[in-house]
Design a protein around this ligand. Sequence first.
Ligand SMILES: Nc1nc2c(c(=O)[nH]1)N[C@H]1C(S)=C(S)[C@@H](COP(=O)(O)O)O[C@H]1N2
Ligand SMILES: [Mo]
Length: 400
Amino acid sequence: MTAAPAAPGRAGPRRPRRPPVTEETFESPLHDRRTAALLGVALGVSFGVCFLTGVVSHLIQNPPSWFLWPARPVWLYRVSQGLHVATGIAAIPLLLAKLWVAYPRLWTWPPVRSAAHLVERASLVPLVAGSLFMLFSGVANIARWYPWRFSFPITHYWVAWITMGALVTHIAAKLGTTRHELGRRGRARAASAAAAAPPADGLDRRGFLATVAAAAGVLTVATVGQTLRPLQRLALLAPRRPRAGPQGVPVNKTAGGARVLVAAQSPAYRLVVEGRGIATPVSLSLDDLRAMPQRQATLPIACVEGWSSTATWRGVPVRDVLARAGAPPRARVRVESLQEGGAYRTSPLNRKQIADADTLLAMELFGEPLHIDHGFPVRLIGPNRPGVQQTKWVAKLVVR
Ligand SMILES: Nc1nc2c(c(=O)[nH]1)N[C@H]1C(S)=C(S)[C@@H](COP(=O)(O)O)O[C@H]1N2
Ligand SMILES: [Mo]
């Protein structure tokens, strides 16, 4: 007969009580600090690029007075927003893997060791919730699915700052561990541990990380063709193809959806130029605009949703129309659409964009009159602008 283990409490000496589940309960060798550190670095890079490109996109769309976004190079916004969406998508498998590797640490005992440890643990709440929200809302937005009532751009922007604040706290707290795990001694220790105990079954660290990298790679290759022409045929998971749409260009908002079918096709259509320095508003018919010197430009539409499509446009430079209306030099302009509601019915033009001859009031696309869904009779198209600012069905230029 074996002795029964002493019942804790009444008779035996008091030992610190441990909960039934602790960090040690989780046995997979993949829940280790080195795997977590490697994934953390990959996530830090993708979140960093995603955040910076997101802030740039936000500044372009809500320009403060000190911010003057240039019109050149033509492709800059396309690349920056393509990176924003691609790094966000690639971060999905990285984040899920990181959460799985690190979650046993939630059962760390004792739960709080010091004030710094408390801050570090508390910052996990905004970090994890924020990261999941950012990736989920971003994917829903590019799929044009809005299962919520809040404004996507405003919420996505502010939650990004909260998440980054929590991420900086987290990195500061983990810098020592990461350095150690990825440094020479960490590598040596990991190698000797692997030699001592080769995994009996299942994935080893290398296999696990390769699987996560492959998942990120497949997601990237299956979506990045929405903006990278050579990979277009592989863009099986992308919501848009760069050539699918009327006149070979995707449409984001149709004329019917914008309720401009009647106004856009009315013979009474006039483009009005008014505002600062213009005593009497100038009103130009389509024939007036067609009689002016035309200019052709090959420029992409680069949507915030990550797709882009290059096309050849023809029309009148905005600066020529402003000159004809007698607008003062170095002015700024607000472009207004015939569309009466909706967030994208107006867009700003800064002085660099106006000075660029390729900032056009376009009337033709690939040599044909604009399709009404692409903004007939007149749309704005300018170099290095986000798609949301390429205003369709232009009715008015307001000089400011
Ligand atoms: N008036 C108006 N213009 C608009 C929009 C809109 O909703 N209303 N959407 C913008 C967005 S988000 C994009 S990406 C481009 C797309 O242009 P396209 O439909 O010709 O491809 O149009 C822009 N111009
Ligand atoms: Mo867009």
